[in-house]
Ligand binder design. Structure first.
Ligand code: ADP
Length: 202
C-alpha cells in the first residue's frame, strides 16, 4: 500500500485533484468528511455529543448544528478536548476500516488540508502539494465560492504559506491553468505513483 498525503491551501484545487485521483483508482480518505459522518443523526457519536453539550447543539431536524457547537468548544479548551475525545477515536476507527478494506497494492490518498501546518508529512510515503498563487486562489474563491475578498484573504492567511507547504512536497501539482491542464498533470502524477508503488519505499 502506498500512502499519499494530499494537501493544498484553500482554493488551490485540492478537491479537483482528489476527485481525479479517485477516478483513476485511488482510495481517497477524507478525514473531514468522515468527521461529519461519525456524528450524523443516529450515530453513537451524535448521542454522546448531545449527552455532553445538551440538546441545544441540535438543529430542528435532529442534525448537528456545527456553528453552535463550535461556539461552545472553541471558547473552552476542556470542552474542545471532550468533543475531540468523542470524534477522534471514531474517525480513527473508520479510517482503519477503510484501510483494511483496501485491496493489496492500493494507492491510498489521504486528503489532509492542514498537513503542513500540523507537520504530518512523515506519516506518508509521498506528499503531494497542490499549488497555485494567492491571487489565483483568491479569484477562485471569489468567483466559484462567492467568498468576499476579505474573507478569502483571512482564510489564506490563517493557513501555512505557499513556501512552507512546498517545503514538505515530494510532488507538486501546479494548478494555475485550465481544468484540462490539470487532467494532464494528474495523469502524469498517477503514472509516477504507479511506478513508486511498484518500487519498495525506503
Ligand atoms: P480546494 O479543495 O483546494 O479548496 P477546489 O478543488 O474546491 O479547492 O477548487 C476551488 C474552486 O476552483 C472550485 O470551484 C474548483 O472547481 C475551481 N477550480 C480548481 N481548479 C481549477 C482550474 N484549474 N480551473 C478552473 N477552476 C478551477
Amino acid at each position: 500500500m502506498l500512502k499519499i498525503g494530499l494537501t493544498g491551501g484553500i482554493g488551490s484545487g485540492k478537491s479537483e485533484v482528489s476527485r481525479r485521483l479517485a477516478e483513476r483508482g485511488a482510495l481517497v480518505i477524507d478525514a473531514d468528511k468522515i468527521a461529519r459522518e461519525v456524528v450524523e443523526p443516529g450515530t453513537s457519536g451524535l448521542a454522546l455529543i448531545v449527552e455532553a453539550f445538551g440538546e441545544g447543539v441540535l438543529r430542528e431536524d435532529g442534525s448537528l448544528n456545527r456553528e453552535k457547537l463550535g461556539q461552545i468548544v472553541f471558547a473552552d479548551a476542556e470542552k474542545l478536548a471532550r468533543l475531540n475525545a468523542i470524534v477522534h477515536p471514531r474517525v480513527g476507527e473508520r479510517v482503519a476500516e477503510l484501510q483494511h478494506s483496501a485491496p493489496e497494492g492500493s494507492i491510498v490518498v489521504y486528503d489532509v488540508p492542514l498537513l503542513a501546518e500540523n507537520n504530518l508529512a512523515p506519516m506518508y510515503d509521498v506528499v503531494i502539494v497542490v499549488d497555485a498563487s494567492d491571487e489565483v486562489r483568491l479569484a477562485r474563491l471569489a468567483e466559484r465560492r462567492g467568498m468576499s475578498e476579505e474573507d478569502a484573504r483571512a482564510r489564506i492567511k490563517a493557513q501555512a504559506s505557499r513556501e512552507d507547504r512546498l517545503k514538505v512536497a515530494d510532488i507538486v501539482i501546479s494548478n494555475e491553468g485550465t481544468l484540462p491542464d490539470l487532467d494532464t498533470r494528474v495523469a502524469e502524477v498517477w503514472t509516477d505513483l504507479l511506478e513508486r508503488q511498484a518500487t519498495p519505499q525506503p
